[in-house]
Design a protein around this ligand. Sequence first.
Ligand SMILES: NC(=O)C1=CN([C@@H]2O[C@H](COP(=O)(O)OP(=O)(O)OC[C@H]3O[C@@H](n4cnc5c(N)ncnc54)[C@H](OP(=O)(O)O)[C@@H]3O)[C@@H](O)[C@H]2O)C=CC1
Ligand SMILES: O=C(O)C1=N[C@H](C(=O)O)C[C@H](O)C1
Length: 257
Amino acid sequence: MIKIIVSGFNGSMGQKVVKMINDSADMQLVGGFNPVINDLDPKSYGLPDDVKIFSKLEDINLKADIWIDFSIPSAVFDNTKFAIEKGIRPVIGTSGMSEEQTTILKKMADDKNLGGIIASNFGLSAVLMMKFAQTAAKYFKESEIIEKHHEDKIDAPSGTALNTARLIYEARGNDQIQHSSDDPMNTRGGDYHGTKIHALRLPGFVADEEVIFGGIGETLTISQSTTDRQSFMTGVKLAVHEVMGKNQLIVGLEKLI
Ligand SMILES: NC(=O)C1=CN([C@@H]2O[C@H](COP(=O)(O)OP(=O)(O)OC[C@H]3O[C@@H](n4cnc5c(N)ncnc54)[C@H](OP(=O)(O)O)[C@@H]3O)[C@@H](O)[C@H]2O)C=CC1
Ligand SMILES: O=C(O)C1=N[C@H](C(=O)O)C[C@H](O)C1
């Protein structure tokens, strides 16, 4: 049985993850973490009595195999550091970590031979979009990204958009167009590794992304649309199983599928 703690267990994603665990024969929810709550009674969240709810990292004293994190950008680094220090394999979906923070966490986990994953997106359509964009990047030197999310999303641009831009950059190698600085009205988006990113936050969206490549006399658009957060659960479940057999921290679900 794979014993799991869910950080952000009562959020939009956390609730889907809790259901996914409860529906899986080989997984067991042992703990939930959220420092914003006062009520530590599992029954208040519709959870069985044997699930322990924590509001302080230092109180977490459970034996667990996996730490799943869908919390907030400002907390995810410390949460993941805590899990790695405790020898709990991190499966991290929370966005907003810098490349430097990811590098630090990867080194910490790798030094302990601890499996884990940080994935900007657990959805199949987004992961395939990133893979296709990597292929297209070899043939088109210019690209821009438009990402569209619900109005409650804290961070911009999205982790997926940043990861897409980074993968495009890696695929191009040195063959990279350099952009001049942003125009004064800042209507041209932010530049990340040579790809401009435009972030929309509007009611009506869950999570969409378009990667647009421009060439001489032609454009190529790769787009994906998320209409239900349930779509992320296949990837989260796969990640949980995969990291149980790994001894390093993987960055990106595209490395596993
Ligand atoms: N990788 C992927 O595939 C996906 C990633 N995400 C990312 O996951 C994160 C969560 O998204 P979503 O569920 O929509 O957001 P929600 O706001 O619905 O959920 C976040 C939860 O975390 C709680 N929380 C606040 N502070 C902390 C903390 N320090 N530690 C643990 N939990 C905390 C919040 O509590 P309270 O509400 O009480 O403040 C809330 O319950 C975001 O960063 C989002 O970008 C989302 C979808 C897919
Ligand atoms: O906040 C969200 O909703 C999502 N966040 C992730 C991101 O920042 O890319 C993944 C997906 O886009 C949904």
